[in-house]
Each structure stands twice: as structure tokens, then as C-alpha cells.
Write a new protein. Structure first.
Ligand SMILES: C[S@@+](CC[C@H](N)C(=O)[O-])C[C@H]1O[C@@H](n2cnc3c(N)ncnc32)[C@H](O)[C@@H]1O
Length: 285
């Protein structure tokens, strides 16, 4: 794969060298070792595109896990007025990033800390940038899903977050691929509705942003149609035999669901609560 050559070649070479220097290590051990997360900067035009795909604004707080010379948070601050935060293991890159932030006139809005990216809280981030191998992205995944607020964006250069969490956007750009995920709200469970159709309840199943479910109304169960979830915005249609299909456009807030303000042609005047609290619902993501 041409676009990964710059990243992959030094890693492959380091394996060859490591193998030569450690003749007693078994081949199996060498095979199992994950490739090291070496420093390879994202080209500036790709950084620009990543921030464009993530639709960064001045209200965002852009994190970069393994921030190198700081170009992702610095560009977010310089071009969009966002705040930025980078963590990096190499002290010389932290020094470089701080100098770059100063030179770009954004040192007041962007911080860099020498810290292990795997131990970094992302609770405050609204956008997280990643240019790491798939194994590292997958290792970060539970933290990204549990700590980031629904609707936060994860933007990654060239490496997805495993096979099962499909990106919401995958865009090829200059022989690279830019991936974007919206962090989905956790919606699995049984939701009891009031104010809408009499006795309505909805059972939702979830795998990342993919949702399916069943509505029970008037004692009859029907599968939900066109169910979708983006961040905290949920949508589905209930089409029972009798009457016209009912479109629900809601917003999730923890264990509550309410109609979205902008809903048009959708059922209004309802609210729903999750019967089983979120902590008791088995998370599939
Ligand atoms: C491929 S570079 C990406 C640099 C930058 N994000 C960019 O896109 O230009 C990965 C960076 O992660 C850093 N890194 C590797 N392991 C780390 C760890 N455990 N904690 C923090 N940074 C780490 C490396 O030093 C390197 O700078």
C-alpha cells in the first residue's frame, strides 16, 4: 500500500535489526510484538484536510494523542481558533511543539504535555486526532467510547480503529485516507415512552453507531425501520399495520430521550426513559 510506505518501512527495518540483535528471541515472540509507534509527521496538507473533515470550529478542544511536533492542535488553533492539547512521549518533540505553538502565536490556546497517550484522559476533548497504528487505536477504543461525549469526533490518518467500528467518513486524499467517527451515545436497552402513542416501548440493540430495535405498541411488536444514530441524535420509524408510519427524531441525554427541536414531520410531545439504567446494559462497543 503506497500511502503506508513511509510509516511501514522504518518499522519493518527495526524488526529486521531487532531480530539480528536478538538471536535467542523465538520467532513467535518477534511475530507477536506490536510495531513501535515511531515519529512520522502527518503532512501539513493532510492535517488541514483532517481538520476540515472533522469540521473543527473555535468551540472545539482538539487533542492529539502522540502529538509529534504539535502540528494538529497548533493548526486547529491557528486556522479555526480552537483550543488544543497534545501528549507526546519524546521530550524533544514536546519542546519542538511548544516552540512551534509560540511561533504560530497560539501558545495561549495550545498545551503540550509529556505523557503516555494510553493513560491520557480525553474527557474534555471534542475532537481527537490519531496517527497511530491500528493496534494502538484499538487499545484506545474503550477509553474513547467511554470518556468522549456523544457527538465528539475522532479523526484518524491512514489507520482505522479496528475492523468492526466502521468510520462514518473515509476520504481518500493525496494517497492517504482520512477516517472520521462520531462517538455514539449509548442507547441499548428498553425505552418506555410517555406522551406519544399509548403504551409505546422500544427495545434497542447497539453495536457502535449501528442500531436496531423493536417497538411494542398496542400490544403488538414491530421492527424499527430506518433506525440511525449519530452522536446523541437518534432516528427511527415505527410502521404498524394500522395508520401512517410514525417518525421519531430524538436526542439522547443519558437515560432520557426527547424530541429534537428541529424535528419536522416527526411525532412530537413525547419523552422516553430507559427502563434499565445504562450501567446495567451490556455494552457491545
Ligand atoms: C506517527 S507519529 C504522529 C505525530 C503527529 N500526531 C502527527 O500526526 O504529525 C506518533 C507519535 O506518537 C508518539 N508516541 C509513541 N508512543 C507514545 C506514547 N506511549 N505516549 C505518547 N506519545 C507516544 C511518538 O513519539 C510519535 O511522535
Amino acid at each position: 500500500m503506497l500511502r503506508s510506505v513511509n510509516f511501514a518501512l522504518p518499522v519493518a527495518l527495526s524488526f529486521v535489526i531487532a531480530a539480528a540483535l536478538a538471536p535467542d528471541a523465538s520467532a513467535q515472540t518477534r511475530m507477536k510484538r506490536e510495531p513501535e509507534l515511531i515519529y512520522v509527521p502527518t503532512p501539513q496538507n493532510v492535517v488541514d484536510k483532517m481538520l476540515e473533515v472533522a469540521k473543527v470550529t473555535k468551540d472545539d478542544y482538539v487533542f492529539d494523542l502522540g502529538s509529534g511536533d504539535g502540528r494538529i492542535p497548533i493548526t486547529a488553533a491557528a486556522r479555526y481558533g480552537a483550543r488544543g492539547f497534545g501528549v507526546e512521549i519524546k521530550p524533544e518533540l514536546i519542546a519542538q511543539a511548544r516552540a512551534n505553538a509560540k511561533a504560530a502565536g497560539v501558545a495561549d490556546r495550545v498545551q503540550f504535555r509529556r505523557q503516555d497517550l494510553f493513560k491520557t484522559s480525553v474527557r474534555e476533548a471534542t475532537v481527537v486526532g490519531l496517527y497511530l497504528f491500528v493496534w494502538a487505536n484499538v487499545k484506545l477504543r474503550p477509553r474513547l467510547i467511554s470518556e468522549l461525549r456523544p457527538g465528539s469526533r475522532i479523526v484518524a490518518h491512514d489507520f482505522p480503529i479496528g475492523d468492526d467500528w466502521k468510520p462514518d467518513i473515509a476520504e481518500d486524499f493525496e494517497n492517504r485516507t482520512i477516517y472520521l467517527w462520531y462517538v455514539p451515545a449509548q442507547v441499548a436497552g428498553k425505552w418506555d415512552f410517555t406522551g406519544g402513542p399509548q403504551g409505546l416501548s422500544v427495545q434497542l440493540r447497539q453495536q457502535f453507531q449501528k442500531i436496531q430495535g423493536t417497538a411494542t405498541v398496542g400490544g403488538r411488536s414491530v421492527p424499527l425501520q430506518n433506525a440511525s444514530l449519530r452522536g446523541d441524535a437518534i432516528e427511527f420509524t415505527i410502521a404498524s399495520d394500522a395508520g401512517t408510519p410514525m417518525l421519531f427524531q430524538g436526542r439522547i441525554n443519558g437515560d432520557k430521550m426527547e424530541p429534537r427541536a428541529a424535528a419536522s414531520g416527526a411525532v412530537t410531545g413525547w419523552s422516553a426513559v430507559r427502563a434499565a439504567p445504562v450501567s446495567k446494559v451490556r455494552r457491545r462497543s
